[in-house]
Design a protein around this ligand. Sequence first.
Ligand SMILES: CSC[C@H]1O[C@H](OP(=O)(O)O)[C@H](O)[C@@H]1O
Length: 362
Amino acid sequence: MNVNGQPYRSIVRDGHSLLVIDQTVLPHTFRQLRLHSAEQVADAIRRMVVRGAPLIGVTAAYGLALALREDASDAGLQAASDALLATRPTAVNLRWALQQIQQHVAALPARERAAAALARADALAEEDVRSNAAIGEHGARLLRYRWELLGKPPVLNVLTHCNAGWLGCVDWGTALAALYQAHRQGLPLHVWIDETRPRNQGSSLTTWELQSHGIAATLITDNAGGYLMRQGQVDACIVGADRVTASGDVCNKVGTYLKALAAADNGIPFYVALPTSTIDWQIRDGQQHIEVEDRSGEEVTHIWGRDDDGQLRRVQLAPDGTRARNPAFDITPARLVTALVTEHGVVAAHEAGLATLRRPAQ
Ligand SMILES: CSC[C@H]1O[C@H](OP(=O)(O)O)[C@H](O)[C@@H]1O
């Protein structure tokens, strides 16, 4: 998408290395890092240099292809895939993308695997861009429908949580793709952006994305969303997802569940945008079967930012010795989800609705 008028993607393959945008220093510094090995890819995913379910998947797919240049044996393929899978446990796109590569090369002779894996990873990246553009079209249509249902108010106020933008994907984004497409089609939009503690993907990434695209937005604390909903200042919510079960339970950035509860209590539609690669067809009960990543408590007790001298630094918020718990995601039950917006269209968040989507071979 657009960075100072220049088109960018969050990841680009350059020969046998990867150029990724370092999301740990946005919005204050825009820099791309070059990744040369599976180990560097794994580190980039763990540190959230690259983050966002679809992007994690594509990046890991490239990482597996790089690993096969070093060791293309069956054992090497499995070891590299296991190491990449272990980087972050929640987004199912990671497992899905690694499986795509493994299935693509398993029957090939070792000498052909690295090139084939690289080509498949390229294809996954292009599929992500096409899927997200389609999600954007379906999502924009849904937002326009909501706007018309409300009598075409001067502006449609949409709340979003975390960053489900082009930075979380190869391009376009998922939830934000709907906003981009709606904005391009002239829908009068205003976006409430949840800061999204503790890694602040909303305040550091979504604000940066929407500013770059001229979409009106206001940054709010995570705790303000419910108040604004009760004030009648939120007309719709749209978020991304890291894993959606076959019955429509949604795993997304921690705090999503609380927003869905508040939306339901105020009769506000709660939309979830996702590519079908984010659906885990093997499970139904998200609360019971999705592993929620527990990240370091230091993400809660400390915070990064730019000081008055323009230097990026980390400061401590809590007293020394503070114990912190830091679940990175939560599970929103399907009953609180108004609709799922996928590349194949908008479906209801239940088994029958999901069953209408094209399903991968089981
Ligand atoms: C299209 S991004 C989807 C999803 O991934 C993010 O998690 P993280 O920033 O920890 O990788 C967030 O939950 C987004 O909604």
